[in-house]
Design a protein around this ligand. Structure first.
Ligand code: GDP
Length: 300
């Protein structure tokens, strides 16, 4: 098990006797522990650096209030800075999905193969249908993986969500256009477009995503990423954001052992919010993102 960061920092500061303002030396020692905790939580290195710089600026010279120890004080500064970078308290960046557009509102799901795109598409569709009483149409644009369209159809049947009928031989752009037309004619509120992934980011994938985007004009483009992505999270988020332009992130496998550092990394490099987290394989394992909870988890 990890020793919690709070315990480590208390250990450092308990050695200090005097109170008053935090000195640069005290803070630097604490920052080494903070850096270690962030790296253990899989936060990408450039993000660790910018984070510790911000904490240094806030902490050096800060007056230690009488009611807390210097260790508790630094933990609070670190926690507050994390929450701020993760999007602030409820009502901040990490809101839900934005459906504020003329129907049918298209939500495009993008990400690497195996990240949980299809599963998350089903989860969101289920939530919008059951909780929010929207009429949702799902369409799989994955013509590369033979079973992908069938997988979405099964999810639709399990969750009482309509899926676009499969037509053999159509490409992703044609399917996207057909989905939008079907949604218009059928009076759907939302169209969920589950796009194809690849094992790695490559040029054909980005071209395909741009073409689908142009065809469907989605109001939300959600990057689906595995919470265990680690140091690659920055490249992944940056590439999809620069090439396709994402509006938010859905982080899957938060039920695993990962500490959720990818949330901080991806949000820091794109400025786009983590909107939802996946917490299991089942269709109801979807939760809103709460920065405070992730901050606690990252700090251990
Ligand atoms: P895609 O290739 O991106 O469409 O990925 P899939 O949706 O097919 O998901 C790949 C695997 O990850 C499947 O076995 C899913 O059940 C699993 N999965 C997806 N989201 C989660 C999650 O939040 N937690 C867990 N434990 N497994 C998940």
């Amino acid at each position: 098990m990890f020793e919690s960061l709070s315990d480590r920092l208390s250990g450092i500061f308990d050695k200090l006797t005097g109170r008053g303002a935090l000195s640069e030396n005290d803070v630097n020692e604490a920052l080494r522990e903070i850096r270690r905790a962030l790296i253990e939580a899989d936060v990408a290195l450039p993000v660790v650096r910018s984070f510790t710089d911000k904490v240094r600026n806030r902490a050096v010279g800060a007056e230690v209030v009488k009611s807390v120890t210097p260790g508790q004080m630094v933990v609070k500064i670190v926690h507050d800075q994390l929450v701020e970078m993760l999007g602030g308290d409820a009502g901040g960046l990490g809101g839900g999905i934005d459906l504020n557009a003329p129907a049918p509102v298209a939500i495009m799901m993008v990400g690497l193969q195996g990240s949980g795109k299809t599963t998350t598409t089903g989860k969101i569709a289920r939530r919008l249908t059951q909780r929010d009483k929207r009429k949702v149409l799902m369409a799989s644009l994955d013509t590369r993986r033979p079973a992908a369209q069938e997988q979405l159809k099964v999810l639709g049947e399990q969750n009482d969500v309509d899926t676009l009928p499969i037509v053999e031989g159509q490409g992703p752009v044609e399917i996207a256009k057909r989905a939008m037309t079907a949604a218009r004619l059928g009076g759907y509120d939302v169209v969920m477009l589950d796009t194809a992934g690849r094992i790695h980011i490559d040029e054909p994938l980005m071209v395909e995503m741009s073409e689908v985007k142009a065809a469907a004009n989605p109001h939300e483009i959600l990057l689906v990423a595995d919470a265990l992505t680690g140091q690659d999270a920055v490249n992944l988020a940056k590439s999809f954001d620069e090439r396709v332009g994402i509006t938010g992130i859905a982080l899957t496998r938060m039920d695993g052992d990962g500490r959720g550092g990818a949330a901080l990394s991806m949000q820091a490099v794109t400025g786009k919010p983590v909107k939802l987290i996946g917490t299991g394989e089942k269709s109801d394992a979807l939760e809103d993102f709460y920065p405070k909870r992730i901050a606690d988890r990252i700090l251990g």
